[in-house]
Design a protein. Structure first.
Length: 497
C-alpha cells in the first residue's frame, strides 16, 4: 500500500539532505575560519607597507564571472577573490596614512565583536529575547552619555552611522515640538553652511524639507555667528514663523570647527527650540579631559549624534544618538505588533526597538564593548589627544613651509593651500592646489582630500585614524616640502603678447 503522502516524504528527505549542508561540518567551518583569519592578519600586519591610496588593480572580472553559483565555490578561490578583487584597490581606511574626509578606524576587537555577534546571532532588538545583548548596548549608551555629560535620564540608541542617528533625532524633535504636516511650512530650522549634508537629508526624509531652512553665517573660525542667529530668530518670530530646530555642529566635517555650543544652548532655551548637536566627528574628543572645554555646552543639547566608527575607531557601521528626554524617542518610535505581545517592558533596561526605527538589527553593542574592555578607555583617550596634537603640529609646520593655513585646529582637521607670491586668479590658485593634492595621492603612502570654501580650493589633513602617528604626518610634510621647490608653485602672470 502506498500512501499519497509517500512522495511528499521522499521529497522532504531529499530536501533535508541538501538543506543540512548549510550547517557545514565542523572541520570545514574551521578551515574557512582559518583562511579568513589568516587573510585578516595579513592585512593588519601589512598595513605599514601598504599604500593608503591604491590605484593599481581594480579588475572585477572574476568576481562578476563567479556571480552567485548554484554549487559551492572553493574556499581558496573565494578568499583569493576577496584579496585581489574586493579588498585590493581604492582607499585603505584602516591605514594610518588615511588623512582624508573623516578617517575611520577598525580597532581589531571590533571585528571579533562582529564575529561573535554574527555567529551567535543574538537578538538585540528587544530585551525579552536578548537581555545580555540589550544590556551591553545600554551600557555603551550610558557610557557615551556620561562622557559627554548628558544627565543620567538621557538615553538613545546605537545606529548604523551618523546619518541615521540624525534622522532618528529629527523625527523625535519634530514630534516633541508637535509639528504636523500642515505646520511644516511655518517651522524654521537653523544651521550653518558648514553643517553636514546629512542634516538636509534627514530633514527631507523626516518630511521636513519644506521647513524654512536658515543657513547662518560663520565667523573666521567657521563657527556659527551667534548674533546672526539671535537676529534671525527674532525676525522669523516677528514675521509669524515658528522657530523650531537649532542644529549646532561639534566638529564640522570640512574644517573641524566647533560651534559656540553654550551660546547656542542659551538661545535654544530662551526661544524654546529643540537643540541638536551633530558630534558625529567631534564629540568623541570629550573623552580627553584636556579638550573637554572645547565642547562645553554639548551636555545641554536635546539630542546629540556621535559616530563611534569615527572618533572611537570602530569598524564602519556604528553611530549613536542620545536624547535628553528619551520619552521623545519612545513616542516617535515605540510601535508594537500584536505578535510581540509576550514582551514585557522593563523600564531600567529599555529595548532598542522601542527607541529607534529598527526592529531586527545588528548587535552593534558587542563590537563597541569588546574594544573598550579589552583595551581599556585610557588608550582611546590617549589616541584622541595625540590626534589633536598631531593636527596642531601639522598646521604649524605647513605654515612654516609657506602654505596658507586655516584656523588652528579646534580638534584634528587642518586646512592648507598654496598661494603663489604674485597675485593670481582664483581658478589658477585652485588648479595649483589640485596639483599639490595630486602629488600627494600619486605618492600613495598617505591619502588627503580637499574641499571648496567660498570658491577656494583647500586641502585638508583630517587626523583621526588610530593608526596615524607623527611619521605619517611627517611623510605628508616631506611631500609638501618637495612640492614647494617645484617651479609650478611660483605662478607668474602670462607675459604680455
Ligand atoms: C560623518 C559625519 C556625519 C554622517 O555620519 P555617517 O556615519 O557618515 O552617516 C554627520 N555629521 C558629521 C559632522 C560627520 O562628520
Amino acid at each position: 500500500m502506498t500512501s499519497p503522502y509517500d512522495e511528499e516524504l521522499r521529497q522532504l528527505s531529499a530536501l533535508e539532505a541538501r538543506s543540512r549542508e548549510l550547517q557545514e561540518p565542523a572541520e570545514v567551518r574551521r578551515e574557512w575560519t582559518d583562511l579568513a583569519v589568516e587573510f585578516v592578519h595579513g592585512v593588519v600586519d601589512g598595513l605599514d607597507e601598504r599604500r593608503a591610496w591604491e590605484t593599481e588593480g581594480g579588475a572585477r572580472e572574476e568576481l562578476l564571472a563567479l556571480g552567485v553559483p548554484e554549487e559551492p565555490a572553493s574556499a581558496a578561490t573565494v578568499m583569493d577573490l576577496v584579496e585581489r578583487e574586493i579588498d585590493g584597490p581604492g582607499l585603505q581606511p584602516a591605514s594610518g596614512g588615511h588623512l582624508g574626509y573623516i578617517p575611520g578606524g577598525g580597532v581589531f576587537p571590533g571585528a571579533l565583536g562582529d564575529l561573535i555577534a554574527a555567529a551567535t546571532n543574538r537578538y538585540s532588538g528587544v530585551r525579552y529575547a536578548g537581555p545580555g545583548a540589550v544590556a551591553v548596548e545600554n551600557l555603551m549608551l550610558r557610557w557615551l552619555r556620561d562622557e559627554i555629560g548628558l544627565p543620567k535620564s538621557a538615553h538613545g540608541t546605537l545606529t548604523s552611522g551618523g546619518s541615521i542617528a540624525t534622522l532618528v533625532a529629527f523625527v523625535a524633535a519634530r514630534d516633541a515640538k508637535g509639528i504636523r504636516a500642515r505646520d511644516v511650512e511655518q517651522s524654521v530650522v537653523y544651521t550653518t553652511s558648514q553643517a553636514h549634508h546629512c542634516v538636509a537629508k534627514a530633514l527631507a526624509i523626516a518630511g521636513l524639507s519644506e521647513c524654512v531652512q536658515r543657513t547662518l553665517p560663520v565667523d573666521a573660525r567657521y563657527s556659527m555667528d551667534v548674533e546672526a542667529l539671535q537676529a534671525q530668530v527674532a525676525a522669523d518670530r516677528a514675521s509669524g514663523l515658528t522657530p523650531f530646530l537649532l542644529v549646532g555642529t561639534a566638529g564640522t566635517t570640512d574644517t573641524g570647527a566647533v560651534d559656540p555650543l553654550n551660546a547656542l544652548a542659551d538661545i535654544a532655551a530662551q526661544e524654546n527650540l529643540w537643540y541638536h548637536v551633530d558630534g558625529a566627528y567631534g564629540a568623541a574628543f570629550a573623552l580627553v579631559s584636556e579638550l573637554r572645554s572645547k565642547l562645553a555646552g554639548i551636555e545641554r543639547a536635546d539630542s546629540v549624534v556621535m559616530d563611534p566608527h569615527k572618533g572611537l575607531f570602530l569598524p564602519y557601521g556604528t553611530g549613536a544618538v542620545l536624547v535628553r528626554d528619551p520619552a521623545h524617542l519612545a513616542r516617535s518610535h515605540g510601535h508594537r505588533g500584536a505578535y510581540l505581545q509576550d514582551i514585557t517592558d522593563i523600564e531600567d533596561e529599555p529595548s532598542p526597538a522601542d527607541l529607534s526605527p529598527e526592529l531586527t538589527r545588528h548587535f552593534r553593542g558587542l563590537r563597541m564593548w569588546l574594544p573598550l574592555v579589552l583595551h581599556g578607555a585610557q588608550r582611546f583617550r590617549a589616541a584622541l589627544h595625540e590626534k589633536h596634537l598631531l593636527a596642531r603640529y601639522f598646521h604649524r609646520r605647513a605654515s612654516a613651509l609657506g602654505f596658507e593655513v586655516g584656523p588652528e585646529p579646534a580638534l584634528s582637521v587642518a586646512l592648507f593651500r598654496w598661494v603663489p607670491p604674485a597675485e593670481a586668479p582664483v581658478e589658477e590658485v585652485n588648479r595649483i592646489n589640485a596639483d599639490i593634492l595630486k602629488a600627494v595621492l600619486d605618492d600613495g603612502r598617505v591619502f588627503l582630500s580637499s574641499t571648496r570654501i567660498e570658491g577656494r580650493f583647500w586641502i585638508r589633513a583630517a587626523i583621526l585614524c588610530f593608526r596615524t602617528h607623527r611619521e605619517h604626518v611627517d611623510h605628508v610634510l616631506g611631500i609638501l616640502e618637495r612640492v614647494t621647490q617645484e617651479p609650478r608653485l611660483a605662478w607668474a602672470p602670462p607675459a604680455p603678447k
